[in-house]
Design a protein around this ligand. Structure first.
Ligand code: DGY
Length: 318
């Protein structure tokens, strides 16, 4: 089995005990050739978001691998059609990272609203001259309106925190809404049109998967529908936002700030955003707690175990 990145020690130990696992102690991301080599030489590949498993890579010959066990819930880096065409099964690791990723989305929302990144830079630069009534005023979050784009597991966990914790009014848009009682329990109201949600929200938080349909869902035109005081939070996938259009909208004052954990061309970040004080930038930390990452590894291993036992895959996506 090929494991493409370093995993938390308990997961590597478990893999080592039970499988002939080829680990990646240097932890360097694998390029196309190294991924093809893994597909040619292993029965299974335990991969991550940094592995670009597109049609060209999956065309590896002779193909030995039969399963891609992804360490992560998002799988837009894997061409599922190409995987199916090659007879590869694909699994992911849902549920175990939901609460931590929701916490991160709320962290971003609060950091942008309360200018936490800017404040931290100010103190570290030894520029702080002391308390004063007008210093670094931010925006109150309690009682404001949160618009959730997508209403899956992570969005619902954010809704719970926002509604029950911060007394926020919660709106959501999702082409596949849950039964009304699920939304009611979270105090969340459906907006059938995305534009209506964007126009009403004080904070917009993205929670949709990256698919061809959601690519640049937040583009220059939709950014014009935000209220000028609104904040955008993206802890989903970078492709959902047209990053240069976001930078331009922030520069033009069409929205007041953004909190980003994911980027269109990771690990690259649009240069202009790097210089903006009203933008909080985190390095794809959504699920980055020891608890989630160990649980993700165990979930990937559970999928591999099921595959090699000929059992139903707990988290099959292809
Ligand atoms: C996820 O689980 O999708 C994280 O973003 C890492 O891939």
């Amino acid at each position: 089995m090929a494991v493409t990145r370093r995993l938390p020690a308990p997961c590597e130990e478990e893999l080592g005990r039970r499988y002939e696992a080829r680990l990646n102690p240097e932890d360097l991301p694998l390029g196309a050739e190294a991924l093809q080599e893994a597909l040619r030489s292993s029965d299974a590949v335990l991969c991550t978001v940094t592995d670009r498993l597109d049609g060209a890579v999956l065309a590896a010959e002779p193909l030995r691998a039969r399963i891609l066990a992804n360490f992560g819930v998002g799988f837009n880096h894997i061409d599922l059609d190409a995987a199916r065409a090659r007879g590869l099964r694909v699994t992911n690791t849902p549920d175990v990272l939901t609460e931590d990723t929701a916490d991160l989305a709320v962290t971003l929302m609060l950091m942008v609203a309360r200018r936490a990144g800017e404040g931290e830079r100010h103190v570290r630069a030894r520029a702080w001259s002391g308390w004063r009534p007008t210093h670094m005023l931010g925006t109150r979050i309690s009682g404001k309106t949160l618009g959730l784009v997508g209403f899956g597991r992570i969005a619902r966990a954010v809704a719970r925190r926002a509604h029950h914790g911060f007394g926020m009014r919660v709106l959501f848009h999702d082409p596949y809404p849950p039964p009304p009682e699920v939304a009611a329990e979270l105090g969340a109201e459906l907006r059938p049109s995305l534009e209506a949600l964007l126009a009403e929200a004080d904070v917009v938080s993205l929670h949709c998967p990256a698919t061809p349909e959601t690519r640049h869902l937040i583009d220059a035109a939709r950014l014009r529908t935000f209220q000028p005081h609104a904040l955008l939070v993206n802890s989903a996938r970078g492709d959902v936002v047209d990053e240069p259009a976001l930078a331009e909208a922030l520069r033009a004052g069409r929205l007041a700030g953004a909190g980003l954990d994911v980027y269109e061309r990771e690990p690259r970040v649009t240069e202009e955003l790097l210089g903006m004080e009203n933008v909080v930038l985190l390095p794809h930390l959504g699920s980055a707690t020891r608890e989630s990452r160990v649980a993700m590894g165990r979930r990937a291993i559970a999928n591999l175990d099921a595959f090699f036992a000929g059992a139903t895959l707990p988290d099959a996506v292809a």
